[in-house]
Design a protein around this ligand. Structure first.
Ligand SMILES: Cc1ncc(COP(=O)(O)O)c(C=O)c1O
Length: 366
């Protein structure tokens, strides 16, 4: 017996006809760069989120760069973020020669601890950039009010949370700019790299659209320093075929998560979702003290697992220059040493969830 972690092949087989037809449409037109499918996708994403503006782009990483560039981030500016995330969140801040300032996380949701943000704000702080980790929105109301009070901009890195709800609305409605990733294994993934930027602010949207094509306002006239950040038409075509199924897939992911939560033993730390929000369950991540042993035993029984993330960003070699001490972010460090992500996809059978849960019960209770 062997379980597939993300099961992208099953999903392709389910929607093969629509996906193939969409891809062939692009091949037959050869409109590979900024073909009409990109604008069609942006329209559909606008409808899906209720955002006023959507700009499709080349990846979730480039979406973060575009968002910060549109807010005119300058070298030496400080951006407050979490150390418990994928490297791209802080790497993009550093690439723009700004300074990532880390704030520790909550031990139950793994999201940034909003109550600790105030204490790191300085006169160099420009942006707060939380992440909605593993698919659950961070404390948007609290963080938004801290940003407003201190005249800061708020970008939400929603690479893992696209489609989740905070107080019944999508996250874009609580921040200046929301970004996401369509990396294949994300809850809504394309078949290569892709991402998008969402905003209700027309000025930011215009700037991001321009910056996506090298700051070009008309052919070979460049108003801003921008980048090559376009989404490929073929990736837009894949997403156009998959988006109509996404709402249903979110529900299926939520059912898988509920199933895990019901069947896993109460003696381990299971992920919890705050009552005023929903998760799209990019990952179902538990905490156990003897992680390596649990992973090994699961692997032997054909159950793949992953560790998101084993080393918090303040301890990464590339951020040594920030002089963040080990021990400075105790919750992140603790969590990073214990987390295991279990197989999660909309098609995971009840019997697979039961199998994994029983194995874990046996391991932690033996
Ligand atoms: C939190 C977070 N931010 C940013 C990214 C970057 O997205 P991409 O891989 O599409 O560049 C990812 C994706 O892995 C992510 O998980």
């Amino acid at each position: 017996m062997s379980i597939d972690f993300a099961n992208l092949q099953h999903q392709y087989q389910l929607y093969k006809k629509e996906i193939d037809a969409r891809i062939h449409g692009v091949l037959n037109k050869s409109n590979y760069i900024m073909g009409e499918e990109v604008a069609e996708l942006e329209n559909n994403l606008t409808r899906f989120t209720g955002a006023k503006h959507v700009i499709a782009c080349s990846s979730g990483t480039d979406a973060l760069l575009l968002a910060m560039m549109a807010l005119d981030i300058q070298p030496g500016d400080e951006v407050i973020t979490t150390p418990f995330t994928f490297i791209a969140t802080a790497e993009t801040i550093a690439l723009l020669r700004a300074i990532p300032v880390f704030v520790d996380i909550e031990s139950d949701t793994f999201n940034i601890d909003a109550s600790k943000i105030d204490s790191v704000i300085t006169d160099k702080t420009k942006i707060i950039m939380p992440v909605s980790i593993f698919g659950q929105p961070c404390d948007l109301d609290e963080i938004c009010s801290i940003a407003k009070k201190n005249n800061l901009k708020l970008i939400v890195d929603g690479a893992q949370s696209f489609g989740s709800l905070y107080k019944n609305k999508m996250e874009v409605h609580y921040c200046d700019i929301y970004t996401t990733s369509f990396f294949p294994a994300k809850p809504l993934g394309c078949y290569g790299d892709g991402g998008a930027v969402f905003t209700n602010n027309e000025g930011f949207a215009e700037k991001i659209k321009t910056m996506r094509v090298h700051g070009q306002v008309k052919r070979y006239c460049h108003k801003y320093i921008g980048m090559g950040g376009r989404m490929d038409t073929i990736q837009a075509a894949v997403l156009l075929a998959k988006l109509p199924h996404y709402e249903r897939e979110i529900i299926l992911r939520q059912e898988v998560a509920e199933n895990y939560t019901r069947q896993l033993p109460d003696s381990i730390h299971k992920p919890s979702v705050r009552p005023d929000r929903t998760s799209v369950w990019a990952q179902y991540t538990i905490r156990v003290s003897d992680r390596d042993e649990v992973r090994n035993e699961l692997r032997k029984k054909g159950v793949p697992t992953a560790v998101h993330y084993p080393v918090p960003l303040h301890q990464q070699e590339c951020f040594k220059y920030l002089n963040n001490e080990k021990g400075g972010y105790p919750v992140s460090e603790n969590v990073a040493s214990e987390v295991i992500s279990l197989p999660m996809n909309p098609y995971l059978a009840d019997s697979d969830v039961q199998f994994v849960s029983e194995l874990i019960s046996d391991l932690v209770e033996s």
